[in-house]
Design a binder for this molecule. Structure first.
Ligand code: ANZ
Ligand code: ZN
Length: 803
């Protein structure tokens, strides 16, 4: 056996590839765009969990190259945002400096993977030449009325005197100082993503994405169809509007609940109830909406007032409870405990009547419900609608409400407009100028970018304004419209801004005139394959789709969906927990590359488990993969100078191997690709025990199949086979199904439909000879009966009918 010197080989080929890239453009080649979700260059570097996605996308890119494509596989840095800023504050290093250092380290590590990245197309979201276009998109949205200002209640820490992100609120307390967080109305920039809700939902259908992700997006958009209904408040001029998806249950409403923030709460609360209600409302303001939705135990208070059910005139008590959210529907609901689980719990707890209005069968009337009945059924206790199917009654009742001006048909979305401003330093300045006379004015497009000024102190100011507000010479400017003195907007954009459109920029990185030229866009876009973690299923992937649709609407691109195919890799875990620096369970690839080589680590990253699932990392496993690579190396090197003739068996193994590997790659089952390589290599090693080796064509085929996975060893072996070109100049091998077939098959023989024997026949054997064998095989099982009919399905089955 020979020694496989991975260190030497990997270094040699990395250098050669740098001098002579293997992914080259030619006239004939079609283009293919394979994209990784670009990383946030943190201070801790890459661990083997990060490698997983990068190896996946690189294998896919190289596979596409071998299929004859010219592949775009770019890389860049999503480098604005809170982590860099917090790191900078804690270390006293300017975020720009820290980011640059981290990028260098990431790049070095990525090069160790030997992934084919187009480094001349590298982008960085913090580069003014890049964020000029991030700002340009904002300006366009502003001009189209899709970016607007609004007072919004946000999380506010009264001690730190600063606004907080949702993530910074832990159990209602400020993460830094522990004091109770309240809400504060602050002026915010919002993006009107809701204008795209319907299209974002509809277009999901055409995407080759995991069903799970599509479902998460459609749930997030949360379309529901129903009605808004007005209820008159007793002894008052006020009406309260509710949103319901179940107008069919209106006769079963026994109370109403308002969100604590509902504007009518204080007005309708009676003096007797005032103190209790105010106390409740205050406590609710301290809880996050997630907690409010998930709290098991229902809480609430009675306001002392009532509304009238518009269909049957019943008086319904009005309660306040935090399970009703202020910003969904109308912030008020009619409650039907018989048919809604939350209302049922509430009614039980506060002893409110439960009236059933839908029953499985009409005879079920007046049975006591053990739990809410949420299915379809027949209407009962509902006046003229009794006996109707509930789904029909829903329509009939909406029509009735509309005719009598008590309500109307509506569609609601859970999707909210996007709170787009941050009171932070390390982000893209929002390109707006505030003028006393002209209001908010966009910075003229030819004056972009509005550069982020270099500051000494980038800590949050404590006033709820970004540190930019303290730089007078930057803030004070003139109004682009009237020329009077005016002030710049000092909020910055959220981390997601730069990543919502970066995939467009890669194809035309040096364009100073346009975000992307029409020609380049046509050549490369949309992205053919997008690889990244499932954690971005909603935020980033939804924002990117929204941006693309907007850019499509204003004519920048001529497609409406950015990513045709999506693959989400699972996480790498260690000791049961997601691998991360904060958990202290990180395995660095550097050492493994040193001990086993990059090829072994690449294969092992794939071998750990189905790529779409989370997998447990165990360092010891790489040893087995490394031993396999050695066997693979040895059988090819051992056979090299022997001029072995291909046997039928070798041919068969070769074609089966091509078939299996190809199918497994196509279905992204890359862990079974690795086990397939092991299985077929072992089969060939077995065959070689008698033949002395394998033939050259089989060896070459193995090398080409292996190239996307272990590119260094593949190149080296390809060269050793006497070739002067690159292994990536080959085409992906093709299989011949005829040659995969076995020479003999086992055929079951039935007597009157029951299998009684099995015979082995040659696949080319003729019918007469097969039937003869079949008869002989059951000779002693006939029990004196005789064969009256013979049914023969070639290569499958023989059935002998006996009497
Ligand atoms: C009466 C009713 C009877 C309801 C019934 C459901 C079942 P989705 O599908 O999520 O849109 N609802 C409306 N606004 C709400 C808010 N701001 N906070 C909490 N709950 C709210 O659900 C709509 C249903 O959720 C509405 O229909 C309303 O309860 C409740 F047997 O009205 B339903
Ligand atoms: Zn002005």
């Amino acid at each position: 056996s020979h020694t496989y010197n991975y260190k030497e080989i990997e270094q040699k080929w990395r250098k050669k590839w740098e001098e002579n890239p293997v992914n080259v453009e030619t006239e004939e080649k079609e283009k293919y765009y394979c994209l990784d979700m670009f990383p946030y260059p943190s201070g801790s570097g890459l661990h083997v969990g990060h490698w997983r996605g990068y190896v996946l996308s690189d294998v896919w890119s190289r596979y596409k190259m071998l299929q004859g494509y010219y592949v775009l596989h770019p890389m860049g840095w999503d480098a604005f945002g809170l982590p860099a800023e917090n790191y900078a504050i804690s270390q006293g290093v300017h975020p720009a400096k820290a980011t640059a250092e981290n990028v260098e380290n990431f790049k070095r590590q990525l090069k160790e993977i030997s992934a084919i990245y187009d480094w001349d197309k590298e982008i960085n979201t913090t580069d003014p030449e890049y964020y000029k276009w991030t700002q340009w998109i904002f300006v366009k949205m502003f001009k189209e009325g899709l970016a607007y200002e609004k007072e919004m209640p946000i999380n506010w820490c009264p001690d730190c005197k600063t606004g907080l992100a949702n993530e910074e609120v832990v159990n209602g307390e400020c993460e830094r100082c522990g004091s109770s967080v309240t809400k504060k109305n602050l002026r915010q920039w919002m993006l009107k993503i809701t204008a795209y809700a319907e299209r974002l939902l509809e277009d999901l259908e055409g995407l080759e994405w995991p069903e799970k992700v599509k479902k998460m997006q459609s749930d997030w958009i949360g379309k529901s169809y129903g009605a808004e209904i007005d209820f008159n408040v007793v002894d008052s001029e006020e009406k309260i509007k509710v949103f319901t998806t179940r107008p069919d249950t209106l006769f079963g409403a026994t109370f109403m609940v308002l969100a604590p923030e509902h504007q009518l709460v204080s007005e309708i609360t009676t003096n007797a109830q005032k103190e209790e209600v105010e106390d409740y409302v205050y406590k609710a303001s301290l809880k996050s909406s997630v907690d409010r939705m998930q709290d098991k135990e229902k809480t609430g208070v009675f306001t002392g007032s009532y509304v009238v059910n518009p269909l049957n005139g019943e008086k319904l008590p009005i309660w306040v409870s935090d399970y009703v959210l202020a910003d969904y529907g109308t912030g008020a609901i009619m409650c039907v405990p018989a048919h809604d689980e939350r209302d049922f719990d509430f009614a039980k707890k506060f002893d409110i009547a439960i009236v059933q209005v839908i029953a499985k069968e009409e005879s079920d009337v007046n049975k006591v419900l053990e739990e809410a009945y949420t299915e379809d059924g027949i209407m009962i206790n509902s006046g003229v609608f009794d006996g109707m199917q509930a789904t029909k009654a829903k329509e009939a009742i909406i029509t009735y409400l509309e005719e009598h001006n008590i309500g109307n048909r509506t569609t609601n979305y859970k999707l909210r407009d996007w709170v787009f401003s941050r009171q932070r330093y390390w982000g893209e300045p929002i390109p707006i100028i505030h003028c006393d006379d002209c209001g908010a004015v966009a910075v003229p497009e030819n004056e972009l970018p509005v550069e982020l000024p270099n500051v000494e102190s980038y800590e949050p100011t404590g006033t709820g304004e970004s540190p930019l507000a303290a730089i007078d010479e930057w803030v004070n400017t003139t109004c682009p419209t009237c020329g009077k003195s005016a002030k710049r907007e000092t909020n910055t954009m959220p981390q997601w801004a730069g990543s919502s459109w970066y995939f467009l920029r890669y194809v035309d990185v040096n364009n100073t005139e346009e975000l992307v030229s029409k020609e380049k866009a046509k050549e490369w876009l949309p992205v053919d394959m997008y690889v990244g973690g499932i954690e971005h299923a909603v935020l980033h992937l939804l924002y990117a789709r929204f941006y693309t649709k907007f850019l499509n609407d204003i004519g920048v691109v001529d497609f409406a969906e950015p990513f045709k195919r999506l693959f989400n890799q699972g996480m790498i875990c260690k000791d049961g927990a997601k691998m991360s620096k904060s958990k202290g369970n990180v395995v660095s690839p550097d050492e493994l590359v040193n001990d086993y080589g990059c090829d072994s680590l690449r294969l092992y990253e794939l071998f750990v488990g189905p790529p779409e699932l989370d997998s447990e990392w165990d360092d010891r496993g790489i040893d087995g993969v490394h031993r396999f690579i050695n066997r693979f190396w040895n059988i090819i090197v051992d056979s090299k100078d022997k001029e072995i003739e291909a046997t039928k068996e070798m041919e068969k193994i070769k074609h089966k191997m091509i078939y299996e590997i190809t199918h497994r790659i196509n279905s992204f089952s890359l862990n079974t690709v690795v086990s397939g390589f092991m299985e077929y290599t072992n089969k060939l090693i077995d065959v070689a025990k008698t033949t002395g080796g394998i033939d050259k064509d089989t060896a070459n085929t193995m090398i080409v199949l292996m190239a996307p996975f272990a590119p260094h060893i593949a190149e080296e072996l390809w060269e050793q086979q006497g070739n002067t070109n690159s292994v990536f100049d080959n085409s992906w091998p093709e299989y011949d199904e005829e040659k995969m077939k076995d020479d003999t098959v086992q055929m079951p023989v039935q007597l009157n439909g029951k299998v009684r024997a099995t015979i082995e026949i040659d696949v080319k054997e003729d019918k007469e000879s097969v039937l003869k064998k079949a008869r002989e095989s059951v000779e002693n099982k006939l029990d004196g009966k005789s064969i009256v009919k013979e049914i023969y399905v070639p290569s499958k089955i023989i059935n002998l009918v006996v009497k």
